[in-house]
Each structure stands twice: as C-alpha cells, then as structure tokens.
Design a protein around this ligand. Structure first.
Ligand code: NAI
Ligand code: MG
Length: 366
C-alpha cells in the first residue's frame, strides 16, 4: 500500500503554501512513481470555525494512523480573543503531545543564492548546514510545580525545569542517529554549571554515547556559550542537541543566520510505529502571516522543504529529498524571489503559485 499523509493546512497563508506542496506531491506520483495516499483535514482557527475546537477528535485519530502529518500554520487576528482552551495553537500542541513528538528537528541551512540575506557576514554563513535537535515535550515548559502564588504578601511566579533520564536518553538517541546520517558530530548544550537538570543531561548524554554511539564525535557546551558560538562561527557545528527551553531560543537564533522565515522547515518526531516509521509531523517554522494572507505573496519554500524532510525522515527517500532541495537551490540561483526574499534594492517579486511553477519546472529538468 502507498505511504499515507495527513495534510492540515490550517489558517492564513497555511492553505496557500500547502497548495504548492500538493502540486509537488502530485509530481512525485506522476513522474517518480512515488504515490502517497493523501488525506486532508482542518486544524487551528479553521477547525474552530467548523467544530468549535482547534482540533477535532476524529482529526487527532487520523493523525495517529497516518505515516506523517504535514501542517501549514495556525492562528490569526480573528482568533486572538478566544478562550485559551480553544486557541488555534492548542490544536498544534495537542498533536505534538498526543503523538508524543519529543524530537524537534530544526535545520539551519544557508542557500548560496541567499547568503547575502543572512544577519551575518557572507563568509560566516555561506555553505552553512546545521541541525538543531530540541527536546519538545518536557522541561521547564511542562514541569510541576508551576503557577503564580502569594508568599509573604508577594506574588511569586514558579516554573520547574524537570527532566527524567528516559526523556534525555531518547532525545540523545535521536541526535546521535541523525548525526550518523550526516557528519557524525554532535554538540550537546545545557547549563551544567548552574543547573541540576543540566548535570543530569550531560551525564545521560555521555552514557548513551559510550554505550551505543562511541563512533560519533561528541562535545558539550554551555548553552550561553553556544549562542555566542552560533553567531561567531556557526560552521563549527553539525548536530546540536539541547533541551526544550534552550532549543527554543537557539533554534530561532540559528534560523536568522540563514535569512527569511519563509525558508525554514521543521520536523517533530516521536517513537517508531509498528511499521518502523517514527510518528512524525512536518511544518514550516513560520506562522499564518495575516499581514500577507490571501494575497498570493507567501513564500512556499519553507513548507516544501518540510515535505522534503518528510521524504527523508519518514519515507527513506533521501535521494528524492535531495532532488527537491536541489530544485529549490536551482530556482533561487536563477533569481526566483518571493517578496520576503527581496533585498532593500527591491525588484519584482513572483507569487506563491509562480514559485511553485518554477520549482516544478526545475523538478521536471532534474
Ligand atoms: P508569522 O511567522 O506568521 O509572520 C512573521 C512575519 O514573517 C510576517 O511579516 C510575515 O508576513 C512574514 N512571513 C512569515 N512566513 C512567511 C512566508 N512563508 N512568506 C513570506 N513571508 C512570511 O508570525 P507572527 O506574525 O508573529 O504570527 C502570526 C500568526 O501566526 C499569529 O496568530 C501566531 O500565533 C501564529 N503563529 C503560528 C505558528 C504555527 O502555526 N506554527 C508559528 C508562529 C506564529
Ligand atoms: Mg520560538
């Protein structure tokens, strides 16, 4: 049977960029004999409008059954005043939580044609290709106790950074496995100098390394130094392994090394299913971009690169993922630019659909 995909396009530019991904999925069926069973459903504000909840139980059940979920983006001004329990983001969080997607993969890759676009000097980022593995389901965003209490007539805000050995171990295994498919190098980042969870993190990463991944080059770095090094000399890294909080910040920092939000994909992976594939959701890093939604201006590349990650990590089609990334590289080198990829000197941007057109042409020529 064909591999299956659930598409949750969501809100704002989500459906616009996903439309281009659907054309590319169709191309793989027609031209590469790689056919997916594609299902579509609602998430976020779109699901709220239809069902009064940001993710229907039936949709959740479908997400648990397919080989991979592709998500566009959720949210927008129409939903800003909704109760917290039904906010669009809650749909996303429910997917991550119930699928137990503990490893968030955030690549920071600098396409040569866009090196001028980085926040840094061209020679620091040209050729950059790093991958941040962020633990996504635990740590200080979830630890108990939490809350705002009154102590001695003063309010106190409390969060707890809490990691179990098992949580650290599975994140570490993801990073080491990934490193073996890349350049065999992992740098783990925490603050073992000031945090107990950091001491345990470093211990467990070392143990997993010694037991099963001694062939991978492992180093450790305090996360604050890691932030400096990412900006000073990012090419020293290949895979960076870190916790939920530091990963949130370090991955956004790494993202800006490469230029536009419109270029950044992500994957969130969980445990293997019965068929050996990991539970997986792929999504662009950007949001629903209400400022440009409905105008055909959105850059579809982040979403298309997210599908490339699905080809690589869910479907073992690394060569086809390379083909798609090369097509994107080619159109950028040829000068194809959506508005977000235009410098201050300007020019005439192409539309979302036109970007899809040229990528399909490049695929045809590949
Ligand atoms: P955003 O990522 O939607 O937009 C930030 C800026 O980047 C905007 O100027 C936008 O036009 C531009 N941009 C983003 N993606 C682009 C693309 N593909 N092509 C061209 N330009 C692009 O973040 P913002 O404005 O903070 O949030 C807007 C809404 O999206 C909010 O409701 C927020 O909650 C939601 N959001 C959803 C996320 C998700 O679904 N994973 C992630 C981040 C925000
Ligand atoms: Mg963030």
């Amino acid at each position: 049977s064909n591999p299956s995909l659930l598409i949750l396009a969501g809100d704002g530019i989500g459906p616009e960029v996903m439309e281009q991904v659907k054309r590319i999925i169709g191309w793989y069926g027609d031209k590469r004999d790689l056919t997916f069973d594609v299902f579509e459903d609602l998430v976020g504000g779109a699901a709220y409008d239809a069902h009064g909840v940001p993710l229907h139980d039936d949709t959740m059940a479908k997400a648990q059954k397919v080989d991979a979920v592709l998500l566009g983006a959720v949210g927008g001004p129409a939903y800003d005043d909704l109760d917290f329990s039904v906010k669009p983001e809650r749909g996303l969080l429910r997917l991550r939580k119930e699928m137990d997607l503990f490893a968030n993969l955030r690549p920071a890759q600098c396409f040569d044609a866009l090196a001028d676009f980085s926040s840094l000097k061209k020679d620091i980022v040209a050729g950059l290709d790093i991958m941040i593995v962020r633990e996504l389901t635990s740590g200080v965003y979830f630890g108990e106790p939490r809350g705002i209490h009154v102590e001695d007539n003063m309010r106190v805000g409390i969060n707890t950074q809490r990691y179990t050995e098992a949580e650290i171990e599975r994140a570490a295994r993801s990073a080491f496995e990934l490193a073996r498919r890349r350049n065999n190098k992992v740098c783990s980042m925490e603050k073992a100098n000031v945090m107990e969870s950091g001491i345990l993190w470093r211990d467990v990463v070392n143990e997993v390394h010694q037991a099963d991944y001694a062939d991978v080059e492992l180093s450790h770095m305090y996360a604050d130094n890691g932030a400096m090094q990412l900006v000073r000399a990012p090419k020293q890294f290949d895979v960076i392994l870190t916790d939920n909080l530091f990963g949130d910040i370090l991955s956004d920092c790494a993202a800006m090394l490469t230029g536009s939000l419109g270029m950044l994909p992500s994957a969130s992976l969980g445990l293997p299913m019965a068929n050996g594939r990991p539970k997986a959701m792929y999504e662009p890093v950007h949001g629903s971009a209400p400022d440009i939604a409905g105008q055909g201006k959105a850059n579809p590349i982040a979403c298309i690169l997210s599908f490339a990650m699905a080809l690589r990590y869910s479907f073992d089609e690394g060569a086809e993922a390379d083909r798609l990334e090369a097509a994107i590289e080619k159109v950028l080198a040829d000068g194809a630019r959506t508005g977000d990829l235009m410098g201050p000197e300007g020019g005439t941007p192409i539309s979302t659909t036109e970007m899809g057109d040229v990528i399909l042409e490049a695929l045809d020529a590949s």
